[in-house]
Write a protein that binds this ligand. Structure first.
Ligand code: ZN
Length: 251
């Protein structure tokens, strides 16, 4: 049974047996992993508070040949998000983002860029919880991008013409943008130049800078976030538009 040691972010945990928990975490080197933490429910558990959601830890676990579920050996807390995670709004938003992350990440599939993006979003939200909507939108855009679903939104997906600021564009079923000339008629998901620039700026900025740059743009952020949720739903093949309906069983 090989022992793996890596940095990780705890996403969530479930009660398993009398004293044990299942813990879902994203690692820097091994992608999303599910593991059993034996005795984690006991008051004096050897894991301490290292299994609280959104903690940053160093984690050691054994891989099992016969199961996707690993056995967690040791957890060392390097940074907690206890203060932020005590805010119900932070908890609700990041629980949704965690579930998205698990939905879009095949188990044990390393993606360091994704790991760093999630890490930076947690830091940005913990440091300044004033614009959680902006951070959620940032996360949604990047998850689509890193999962390979985000198209080039600077040109029309049908005629390949580069959009200028006067162009109205619409989201197509394959998540490309189509110019008005290529799709006459009425469409729901309008992406005007300001929306396109806003989505493009998430690709350039850190989550903290994006959140600061989008303060006061609540309606636009909400509209774009709805479009991203529909895009994520199409990419995942399931409806994730209602954040609370995203109840995924990990076991
Ligand atoms: Zn076109």
């Amino acid at each position: 049974m090989p022992l793996i040691e890596t940095e990780a972010l705890i996403l969530r945990s479930y009660n398993l047996a009398e004293a044990d928990k299942i813990v879902v975490f994203i690692t820097r080197n091994e992608g999303v992993v599910r593991g059993v933490a034996k005795g984690a429910k006991r008051l004096k558990s050897r894991f301490g508070s290292g299994l609280e959601p959104f903690s940053k830890v160093k984690i050691e676990y054994f891989l099992k040949e016969s199961s996707e579920l690993v056995t967690i050996q040791r957890v060392e807390l390097t940074s907690s998000s206890f203060t932020a995670a005590s805010d119900p709004e932070f908890l609700r938003r990041f629980s949704y983002l965690s579930e998205l992350l698990v939905l879009f990440s095949p188990p044990h599939d390393p993606n360091e860029k994704l790991y760093r993006m999630v890490n930076a979003c947690i830091d940005a939200a913990a440091g300044d919880s004033a614009n959680l909507d902006g951070i959620v939108l940032y996360f949604e855009i990047w998850l689509l991008r890193l999962s390979g679903f985000l198209q080039d939104w600077s040109t029309c997906g049908a005629c390949l013409r580069t959009f200028d600021d006067a162009d109205q564009a619409y989201l197509a079923a394959d998540l490309s943008l189509i110019c008005k000339g290529c799709c006459p008629g009425s469409h729901r998901d309008l992406m005007d130049a300001r929306n396109r620039h806003l989505a493009a700026s998430a690709r350039r900025l850190s989550p903290r800078d994006f959140a600061q740059a989008t303060v006061g743009l609540g309606d636009r952020i909400g509209y774009l976030s709805e479009i991203m949720k529909r895009s994520l739903s199409r990419a995942a093949g399931k409806d994730i538009s209602a954040e609370r309906s995203l109840a995924i069983k990990f076991m």
